[in-house]
Design a protein around this ligand. Structure first.
Ligand code: GLA
Length: 688
């Protein structure tokens, strides 16, 4: 994680700005509008390579100098991107070997973006060069808030350069060919390799890939992209620039990075996040993204992009209401973001993303749609004190940890898993969603990290569990922790090899159970549990080996068999959930586990009133973010001041005295409040 927390002097507000798409008159109008909305930060140059280096070795920075000059005079800072996510046409034509190759051998061409072979020497060389040129020119600019290296690393290449680099990576990982053959179980289907040169990246083949090869390739791609990022970072530092360096991660539908190792190499972790659901679950999604990112960062982080106006679904972009735009922007900040940045400042008139929402819509800055942008700018200014972190670095105190590791995502993505519709992404997210619905704060935890501060640790679908991670989980329980492990966890080691003798081999003793058979359910099939829960999609046949049964299957393929168990060990307990519960049942199950572990919601009763309450600790005080996603008006009482409206809350004694309940702070649907309270202080919410 970054060694020093990223603490800007104010909450960063603005977004991607592409002046090269517009005439100079528009630049001047942009600056006026930015000032009106209190924009203080833009991201420049994300896809500007062809304008910055129109032909190899020829640089044209004057236009960017001019734009930066205008911004700086207006007091607006900038992240400067290295433009390497979109090599220009001249590069492709000069280096056709640096184009990415799909598994089926298709070589991609320019015409879109993100078209590069990450391992191609010509691409790496050109990337280092442009990073150096920019760093030498802008590295000590007073308006520079940070470096934004590349954009959303994530193009996988299966071509000849990737093959060479993959073999090099495999030699380092395994040392000998024997070790690799063993790890990849190449005894199956005559895959035994006689030399490293025989090994290929996974390419289109007759039938199923080797899963160990597939997951190693994903790990290699993450490491290779990280090496490319570090090379650019080193060029920037080599040129003498000391500005913080980041690269923007991306979630939630695809994942090409092992985020924990990336975070170690960055000065600040940043992420782009686009809602994928128009309903209230979108709010849970904001929280999920934020908790993940804060946990990877180990502290404050930057929300680099969000969509001001749209929720992108497969068939169309659903409109985001202005109120939701503001609530969501504050949702990220509540959970550690130091920014509310958007893609993009002004909606493009042409190009592939001309219909993507922006802070300035096609209708222009005089349109009423711009007013909520101005309102957000005012709110961010009013709450800016939240950026200072507490001395102990714990921004959002959480008593629940949820394990996360990309290895399990990638393993569950390999074909022919026990159930190909159960995805790591949804398993983790549905656990997180349960706690969000209960108003309980959560962190995400790296396997093997210090978990002592969590009363409850949840392990959803962590299919890859090494002996070391299993021992670490055991230590956690013996020391008094409450552990919940779900189906699909601990089935394989780090080489996707199944532990024998009953599932989940490495966790059997810890859980006190042996699972003997996986029983995926038919679509639409429901199985009842004895505690009233409903299982869909997945059940298991298991027997206990010392664990007590908390619930049994009440019907279905293994009626009467244990479904949920609890094993007491040392000072703690380990609960095993063998069935995929529908979301309501999962909520009830996890809430019961949280209560048993002594975990409390941030503000008791808030979630039931439709208010998301998040405690963000600051240098001097705590800030309770109250985001009203519900419909009915609520009143807030307590000791504190709402920074958004400047309202001083009436104290608890007024409430205890039963006096004026109409006093206090009132929140209607869509309202937000950020209440500064004394350290550890709370508020009370009542229906109005
Ligand atoms: C990504 C990119 C942006 C833009 C948005 C919207 O996050 O970084 O450049 O393309 O998606 O699609």
């Amino acid at each position: 994680m970054p060694s020093v927390p990223y603490v800007p002097s104010q909450l960063l507000f603005g977004g991607d700005y592409n002046p090269e798409q517009w005439p100079r008159e528009t630049w001047r109008e942009d600056i006026e509008l930015m000032r009106r909305a209190r924009v203080n930060t833009v991201t420049l140059g994300v896809f500007s390579w062809s304008r910055l280096e129109p032909s190899e070795g020829v640089y044209e920075l004057d236009w960017l100098d001019e734009a930066i000059e205008l911004l700086t005079r207006a007091g607006i800072g900038f992240f400067l991107s290295t433009p390497t996510a979109s090599p220009p046409p001249w590069f492709t034509l000069a280096h056709p070997d640096a184009m990415p190759v799909r598994p089926d051998g298709t070589v991609l061409s320019h015409g879109s973006r993100d078209t590069y072979a990450i391992s191609a020497p010509a691409y790496r060389e050109a990337s280092r060069r442009i990073a150096r040129v920019l760093a030498e020119h802008y590295g000590d600019h007073p308006g520079l808030r940070g470096w934004h290296v590349h954009n959303e690393y994530g193009t996988l290449d299966h071509g000849p350069h990737a093959a060479v680099a993959f073999r090099r990576w495999l030699r380092e990982r395994y040392g000998t060919l024997e070790a690799l053959n063993e790890a990849w179980t190449t005894g199956f289907w005559s895959q035994r390799y006689g030399s490293f040169e025989q090994i290929l990246p996974p390419r289109t083949t007759q039938y199923l890939d080797n899963p160990a090869q597939a997951v190693d390739f994903r790990r290699f791609c993450s490491d290779e992209m990280l090496a490319a990022m570090c090379e650019q970072r080193d060029q920037i530092r080599g040129a003498g620039s000391s500005a913080p360096i980041t690269t923007n991660f991306m979630l939630p539908t695809w994942n090409h990075l092992e985020q924990w190792s990336w975070a170690e190499e960055l000065d600040v972790v940043s992420i782009d996040h686009y809602l994928d659901t128009p309903g209230p679950d979108g709010e849970a999604h904001v929280a999920y993204c934020s908790d993940l990112t804060r946990s990877w960062a180990g502290g404050p982080w930057v929300l680099m992009e969000q969509n001001a106006r749209g929720i992108i679904m497969a068939d169309r972009t659903h409109a985001k209401t202005p109120g939701r735009m503001i609530r969501n922007a504050l949702g990220y900040i509540a959970r550690g973001s130091q920014s509310a940045l958007f893609f993009q400042w002004r909606a493009s008139a042409g190009g592939a993303e001309q219909w993507h929402g922006a802070l300035v819509p096609h209708a222009g800055g005089e349109d009423e749609q711009f007013e909520p942008v101005v309102e957000l700018g005012c709110i961010l200014e009013a709450i800016s004190e939240v950026t200072s972190p507490p001395a102990d670095g714990v921004l959002n105190p959480a008593e629940v940890g949820i394990l996360w590791h990309a290895d399990s995502w990638w393993t569950l993505e390999t074909p022919s898993m026990p159930h190909d519709s159960l995805t790591y992404r949804e398993e983790v997210r549905s656990a997180h969603r349960s706690f969000w619905r209960a108003g309980i704060a959560t962190d995400v935890v790296r396997p093997g990290a210090d978990a002592g501060r969590y009363r409850l640790l949840v392990v959803p679908a962590l299919i890859v569990v090494s002996d070391e991670v299993a021992a670490w989980l055991r230590e956690y329980v013996e020391a008094g922790g409450h552990l919940v492990v779900t189906y699909l966890s601990g089935l394989t080691d780090e080489h996707q090899r199944v532990g024998l003798g009953g599932y989940p081999a490495v966790l059997r003793d810890l859980l006190g159970v042996t699972v003997t058979q996986h029983l995926p359910l038919e679509d639409g099939q429901q199985v009842a549990l004895s505690d009233g829960a409903v299982a869909t999609q997945w059940a298991e046949r298991m027997r206990t080996r010392g664990a007590e049964v908390l619930a049994a299957y009440a019907d279905g393929p293994v009626t009467g068999s244990p479904a949920i168990t609890q094993n007491r060990l040392g000072a703690g307990r380990a609960v095993y959930l063998s069935a995929h519960l529908d979301q309501d049942s999962r909520d009830a199950f996890l809430l019961a586990r949280a209560q048993a572990a002594g975990v409390s919601p941030v503000v008791p009763g808030a979630a039931a009133l439709g208010v998301e309450a998040v405690r963000r600790r600051g240098a001097e005080a705590d800030h309770l973010f109250l985001l009203h996603h519900g419909r009915e008006d609520v009143t807030v009482h307590g000791t504190g001041v709402d920074l958004v409206t400047g309202t001083q809350l009436p104290g608890r004694t007024d409430l205890a005295g039963g006096t004026d309940r109409r006093g206090g702070l009132h929140l209607a649907a869509d309202d937000v409040a950020v209440v500064r309270v004394p350290r550890g202080g709370g508020v009370e919410l009542t229906a109005r």
